[in-house]
Ligand binder design. Structure first.
Ligand code: ADP
Ligand code: MG
Length: 334
């Protein structure tokens, strides 16, 4: 059984200029206990995909077609009450900005023990003891002091740890983490990612990790899905994605990682340099090119790329790539 299967998901948003399609038949799946990265430039549609995977979409966004199967239920067809039962129990999420997800007027401890008491009927005192154990488990220094602190009294890294504890208390089978380290510095980023990876192993939980940085997520995931302008352009095992990226866009992402020949020894959390990955910008969603969306920036594009939209082709690494360079039939015909 696939734990999470997003199929042909098309999502539009309503803006001042009317309706624009953002996600275009996006598909991705996560196996039980699996670890998948969803990677792409800012604005490529990662968060919309992550939210849709929770059955949550921001105001103005609308699912046009497709399905989100989680443990064999289509989340897009569940009623709010049923969805709430799934979220927070089987499916948990940590967000980019931890301070936005914590309530500023309650202590960390009361928010964690509330989560504990939601899932177990225990006394307040026992809930406190359990909450402190959770805080210790996610690497919170001085858990008892952290318990009595308000969110603003903790650092970003500590807030992210607290949020992670809240997400994990219910024992979810899938954790979705949307750029969970975006507000942290490099050292903290490494620690929080390692913590997420460790908790995944320990709790046999699956992970969908969203990031704009392929190098960072490749350390803790087994497969990678690359999104470009609202479309999946490549999917495959992490190792082959780094060693032999198929799509010209993924090739550019990998080329921007410092010293790719040594990526095996890269320190966790070592970031790609803040250089543009490749010249130009992704297309606007209301002005998408008629052919391949990446063609205007692609140094390997040929006539067909500007005229036709490429489908996904199977790669030898067991993944798929949306690029005419891999159309073996066209090769045979020419
Ligand atoms: N609620 C919304 N209303 C209008 N446009 C949105 C909304 N949410 C996202 N978008 C647009 O959809 C695109 C993808 O957004 P998002 O999924 O947040 O990208 P990412 O997470 O990859 O940076 C962006 O162009 C963004 O402006
Ligand atoms: Mg985002």
């Amino acid at each position: 059984m696939t734990l999470l299967a997003i199929r042909d998901l098309t999502v539009s948003v309503r803006g001042p200029a009317g309706k624009t399609t953002i996600l275009d038949r996006v598909g991705l799946s996560v196996e039980p206990g699996g670890a998948v990265a969803l990677v792409g430039e800012s604005g490529s549609g990662k968060s919309l995909t992550a939210f849709a995977a929770m059955g949550l979409l921001p105001a103005g966004a609308r699912v046009e077609s497709g399905s989100v199967l989680f443990e064999d239920k289509n989340l897009l067809e569940l009623r709010e009450r049923e969805l709430c039962a799934v979220r927070g129990a089987r499916l948990a999420m940590v967000f980019q900005e931890p301070s936005a997800a914590l309530n500023p007027v309650y202590t960390i401890g009361s928010q964690i023990s509330e989560a504990v008491r939601l899932h177990q009927s225990i006394s307040r005192r026992d809930a406190r003891a359990l909450a402190e154990r959770w805080l210790a488990d996610v690497g919170m220094p001085a858990p008892s002091r952290a318990y009595d602190s308000y969110p603003h009294e903790l650092s970003g890294g500590m807030r992210q740890r607290a949020l992670l504890a809240i997400a994990l208390i219910a024992g979810p089978s899938l954790l979705i983490a949307d750029e969970p380290t975006a507000s942290l510095d490099r050292t903290l980023e490494a620690q929080v990612l390692e913590l997420i990876a460790e908790q995944r192993r320990k709790r046999k939980m699956a992970l969908l990790l969203v990031s704009h940085d392929l190098a960072t997520v490749s350390e803790v995931t087994v497969r990678v899905v690359v999104l470009y302008a609202g479309e999946v352009v490549e999917e495959g095992p992490t190792a082959s994605m780094l060693d032999a990226p198929a799509h010209p866009y993924t090739q550019a992402l990998v080329a921007s990682i410092p010293d790719p020949s040594k990526h095996g020894q890269r320190r966790l959390g070592q970031r790609a340099p803040l250089l543009p990955v490749l010249p130009g910008a992704p297309p606007r969603f209301d002005m998408l090119p008629p052919g391949c969306r990446f063609a205007p920036r692609c140094d390997q594009a040929f006539d067909r790329c500007a005229a036709e939209r490429p489908p996904l082709y199977a790669t030898s690494a067991g993944g798929s790539v949306r690029c005419f360079l891999y159309d073996t039939k066209a090769e045979a015909a020419s």
